[in-house]
Design a protein around this ligand. Structure first.
Ligand code: HXC
Length: 271
């Protein structure tokens, strides 16, 4: 079968996987209305999966679902929910089961971020990001785990690389993402015997995303030539890693953190 061209927003990548490897499978993705998680969802749908995308803004989700369905020919269900509220995620899972009868793959991607020094970071600001990123991941795992046990499915948690070292103005996100990495490892160990895999994708500098816009601003252009691979990442890079981690090619891969960062974590002192 011919490789499928992958056309996520700002993508430059091409999937080398067969286009029907996820036929009959169902993806549940928090944060799928925009950005990196939208691109991850599109890649899964281009390989045959149906999807539910979850976020707070129903208008945006509905538009995204329509565009993804038109682009891929697969079903996409938009469901409004706030990952901070367990009940709303449970309801989104129930609607997914009602629509598709199963869940095979879960992307825990909903996240919040802004730049703020810890000296000026209010308790509520810190708590807000912990609640979206960490508590939201916990709620999503709890609501979906019975279905992933049934399907022997897999999780991908979208994390970051900024907490591997001290990143200024990112105390809240660093703490939240470190916890997400830890949660994923525990799920991998506890749920492996039930046939469930759990891995982390850690995007580095990915252009055209809200996260980069907020964190990098105009410095991104001057930075990219200093990255080991000589360019910023694109959403398609993360999407291709998603297809790999959910595919049978990764059936013996669990409890891992895969950084998709062009090698930037290994570059010390220059960026
Ligand atoms: C300081 C801030 C702030 C800022 C908000 N707060 N923005 N503090 N600097 N720039 C404070 C508020 O003052 C408030 O505290 C508290 O945070 C909650 O703010 P709300 O606006 O009431 O919360 P909410 O409406 O829930 O918004 C959540 C949010 C928002 C995280 C603040 O930005 C959001 O929803 N963003 C989602 C989109 C997003 O950021 N996506 C990119 C993720 S990228 P007080 O004390 O005033 O009550 C990512 C990866 C990073 O995560 C890695 C990239 C390389």
């Amino acid at each position: 079968m011919a490789p499928t061209a992958f056309v996520a927003p700002t993508a430059l990548s091409t999937s080398v996987f067969k286009d029907d490897i996820f036929k009959g499978k169902v993806l549940f993705c928090t944060g799928g209305g925009s950005g990196i998680c939208r691109g991850m969802t599109e890649a899964m749908m281009r390989h045959g999966a149906s999807a539910t995308i979850v976020g707070r803004k129903l208008d945006r989700l509905t538009q995204t679902a329509k565009e993804l369905s038109e682009a891929t020919g697969q079903k996409c269900l938009p469901v409004a929910a706030d990952v901070r509220q367990a009940k709303t995620i449970q309801d989104a899972v129930a609607r997914t089961i009602e629509a598709y009868g199963r869940i095979d793959f879960v992307i825990c991607g909903a996240a919040g971020n802004f730049l703020a020094p810890i000296a000026g970071l209010s308790e509520n600001a810190f708590r807000t990001v912990i609640e979206i990123d960490t508590l939201g991941t916990y709620h999503t795992i709890k609501a979906t785990l019975p279905h992933l046990r049934a399907s022997k499915g897999a999780y991908i948690h979208v994390s970051a690389t900024l907490h591997y070292r001290g990143t200024p103005y990112q105390a809240h996100v660093s703490a939240a993402k470190a916890a997400v990495d830890a949660l994923s490892g525990v799920v991998a160990v506890e749920e492996g015997p039930h046939g469930v895999r759990s891995n982390v994708l850690a995007p580095g500098p990915i252009s055209g995303t809200e996260g980069m816009d907020r964190l990098e601003g105009k410095s991104a252009d001057s930075r990219q030539m200093m990255l080991p691979l000589g360019r910023m990442g694109v959403i398609g890079d993360v999407a291709n890693a998603t297809v790999f981690l959910f595919s049978p090619a990764a059936s013996y891969v669990t409890g891992q953190v895969l950084a998709v960062d062009g090698g930037s974590e290994h570059l010390r002192g220059l960026v």
